[in-house]
Design a protein around this ligand. Structure first.
Ligand code: GLN
Ligand code: ZN
Length: 762
């Protein structure tokens, strides 16, 4: 039984790659320094896997920025606008070209933007989207995969397994940049380069090659299915020496099972954490020529493996296939888990004993193999840890479970319908037409951030810190009054992050010291861990919101993060459904909303930027998810009287397929991102006859560029053609925390002028 790993975190135990890359970009270290840091990480990763007894050790899973971008470079798929990066500056090499594609390039008289980035399936990892043109050519360009294989071979004393994005998945991840062709038709041009790569790898001694094809576990068209059949037939014909490990994850093969098992490969990997139900069918149809890699150790979470459950799968597979054709593996690459639990010194031991990070997960694969070999002690030890978790008083709070069980439909229902509420709120607030507001945060300057750092180090007392935050808040309020905004915000100066801030104030959450996970390039996030039943021991935001409201006669908007977003951006419990955890969070937020209302806050925003990214990968599962996600939002928002105005905010611009569900959230006001799409998105709201009030973002906050009054007027005119003017709000696309004050000030002054201009036209 081979112990198979699919990929390992690559930023380094202490984010060494992040630090080295950022120094290289800043010109502070040389290319050789950067390569040395990267080499060190690879060698350490391989050694860790050798030590854990892994048989199939991945290589080329390392990446300086992103594995999809690596693939684009390997295939010579380099958009033309980047060629001058090498020609204009002779000192530049492949790595500079690579970073230019990832991050843009503003030097040597060039100004080239970065390639687009988007989320990797339903993870919080972002990849660089390949671009395809009509006359697309592919040609082996980057030699990285060979270099890594040779290096790994020297250092593992073992034949490493190169990892590549499979050809069909590569095409499906990309985008046509010109009209008139279908990217999937490029498969015939693409496969020859893969064959060339595989042949070269074979010549260096590679045996197994892992080709990642997660799209095989998603909804496929007939044409896409045909591309799979074609690609793997060709590869098999021309690379007889290579054993292909076809890797799927994040979902079930489902109706694609027959297609997958008839592809002429040597092994298939399936994700039995996300989709345990597929095992039975796969075992029934798997031909004798194929081995099966069982993804039993969760690559997406931080909990200790349930050995009893994993062993059930493994034993079932062995019974049908025999040990020789079974591999044990993590469900997907371990890229999505933090590095090493041993580095966490502050987690209470009882809870730490329930957890496993990447390094511990390697060990779990090893232990599962040992238990199959007869080591019963390891199984007993695992059982003890899991039993302690099942019964722990730290997790299980009966009153919270009962409160969730007692939720009724009425809890998810405001007192009256929107039309009634709107009338009541209009009479109460007397806002002008096209009311102006912002999304919540104002610039988090270095000064503000250093306050928090100094508080942490003990250089500031709580009192001194609060006094400084009060000052920043009051300044922001005075300034908003001065420029004439209608609904003010307090600025969120007291918050580190929109999820962390709440996690730190809710029971059932813990925070790691070093639990970093790559989000994109050198950016890493440290998601909170939801380990137990969630409750709200005390007010979370009332102090700052009421302080702000007391300092102005205008409306001050209270600012909260919604239950689905808190869930989505955390490591969540795997011992109960996500919906259950979300409901617990929803009840906690509901209490906070009610407390804000009681404290005199009349407008409350509940941000839900992550509702869309929580959508399941298979369309058939969407409705179920949307039902509980929308209901959780409604539970959080429905404890208040009709006269209290609930806002929500989402920062993305693809709503077309879920617009009905968004309407179902029944927020009095929704603010969304629209400026970059020139209000195109609003058409979906108009077609749907979206009934509630809506603030389409009139300027892009992702860049320091200041929009003119005219630009914003014309966006608002467009919006007014599509939706009733009486329902429109005027606001930026998102929060302003990443911006600097100078551009923010001018932009908002212009925004208020644009709103005033529109009022005069009516
Ligand atoms: N209220 C948050 C802010 O303004 C919203 C951020 C977000 O939508 N991502 O920062
Ligand atoms: Zn946003």
């Amino acid at each position: 039984m081979l112990k198979n790993n699919l990929g390992y975190p690559r930023v380094g135990a202490h984010r060494e790659l992040k630090k080295a890359s950022e120094q290289y970009w800043a010109g502070k270290i040389t290319r050789d320094d950067l390569f040395a840091a990267a080499r060190q990480i690879r060698l350490q990763n391989w050694q860790t896997q050798v030590d854990a007894g892994i048989d199939l050790i991945p290589c080329n899973d390392f990446s300086f920025y992103d594995q999809v971008l690596d693939t684009s470079l390997m295939l010579g798929n380099i958009p033309e606008r980047y060629t001058p990066v090498l020609t204009q500056n002779k000192a530049n090499t492949e790595i500079d070209l690579y970073f230019a594609m990832a991050r843009g390039y503003q030097k040597d008289g060039l100004d080239v933007t970065a390639m687009e980035m988007t989320k990797w399936f339903d993870t919080n990892y972002h990849y660089i989207v390949p671009e395809f043109v009509q006359n697309q050519q592919f040609k082996l360009f980057s030699e990285k995969v060979f270099d890594e294989f040779i290096l790994a071979k020297q250092h593992t004393g073992n034949t490493p397994k190169p990892v590549l994005i499979g050809p069909v998945t590569y095409l499906l991840l990309g985008k046509e940049k010109q009209p008139g062709f279908d990217k999937i038709d490029l498969i015939k041009k693409l496969v020859p380069v893969y064959i060339e790569v595989l042949k070269r790898l074979a010549s260096y001694g590679a045996i197994w090659v892992q080709l990642d094809e997660p799209f095989l576990a998603l909804d496929l068209t007939d044409k896409e299915k045909a591309a799979y059949a074609y690609a793997y037939m060709e590869i098999n014909k021309q690379c007889p020496g290579i054993k292909v490990l076809l890797t799927t994850y994040f979902e079930s093969l489902h109706e694609n099972t027959e297609l997958a098992v008839t592809l002429p490969v040597s092994a298939i990997h399936v994700d039995l954490v996300r989709a345990p139900g597929q095992l039975y069918k796969v075992l029934t149809v798997l031909p004798d020529s194929l081995s099966l890699s069982l993804g039993v150790v969760d690559g997406r979470n931080i909990w200790k493996n349930d050995y009893v459950r994993s062993l059930t799968h493994i034993k079932k597979a062995i019974a049908v296939l025999g040990t020789d054709r079974v591999m044990i593996a993590p469900s997907c690459s371990l890229l999505h888990t933090p590095f090493d639990l041993d580095l966490e010194t502050a987690i209470i031991p009882e809870i730490k004993n329930w957890m496993a990070f990447a390094k511990q997960k390697l060990n779990e694969i090893n232990e599962l193999a040992q238990i199959i070999g007869g080591n019963n002690e390891l199984l007993q030890e695992n059982l003890r840890a899991l039993t302690s978790r099942n019964l722990s008083k730290l997790i299980h709070k009966q009153d919270i479970k009962q409160r969730v069980a007692a939720i009724t439909d009425a809890d998810a229902q405001r007192e009256s319908g929107f039309i009634t509420r709107q009338k009541i709120q209009q009479q109460r607030f007397k806002l002008p037409l096209y009311p102006t507001t912002t999304i919540g945060s104002f610039p988090q300057t270095d000064d503000i951030r250093s306050l928090r750092a100094r508080l942490k180090k003990g250089e500031l007392t709580e009192k001194q810190y609060d006094a400084e935050i009060e000052k920043a808040t009051i300044d922001a309020i005075r300034w908003q009054e001065e420029i004439g905004l209608d609904v003010l915000v307090h600025g969120e100066f007291e918050r580190n992050d929109m999820v962390e801030y709440f996690g730190e104030r809710l029971d059932g959450f813990l925070f790691t010291k070093n639990g970093w996970v790559q989000s994109y390039g050198s950016r890493c996030v440290k998601p909170p861990v939801i380990y137990g039943d969630v409750s709200r021991p005390a007010d979370m935001t009332v102090r700052w919101s009421s302080f702000a409201q007391q300092n102005t006669d205008r409306l001050m908007k209270g600012m909260l993060t919604g239950p689905v977003t808190i869930l989505q951006w955390s490591f969540v419990r795997d011992d109960q459904p996500r919906s259950e955890t979300t409901n617990q969070i929803a009840l906690a937020i509901r209490n906070e909303v009610v407390a804000l209302e009681a404290a005199g806050i009349k407008v409350i925003q509940i941000d839900e930027p992550a509702i869309r990214e929580g959508l399941p990968l298979r369309k058939k599962d969407w409705q179920n998810y949307l039902n509980w996600a929308v209901k959780a939002f409604r539970i959080s928002a429905s404890g208040v009287r009709d006269e209290t105005q609930i806002h929500t905010h989402m920062c993305y611009s693809e709503f077309n397929d879920i617009i009905g569900n968004i309407a179902d959230m029944d927020a009095d006001v929704i603010t969304i991102e629209t400026s970059r799409s020139q209000m195109e998105l609003l058409a979906a709201f108009a077609d749907f006859k979206y009934p509630n009030e809506i603030g389409p973002g009139v300027y892009d906050i992702h860049s320091p560029r200041v929009p003119t009054v005219d630009e914003m007027v014309s966006l608002l005119e467009k919006a007014s053609e599509l939706l009733p003017a009486g329902n429109l709000w005027v606001n930026p696309d998102c929060g302003l925390k990443t911006r600097k004050w100078p551009e923010t000030q001018v932009a908002l002054i212009n925004m208020v002028a644009a709103a005033k201009h529109l009022r005069q036209l009516v």
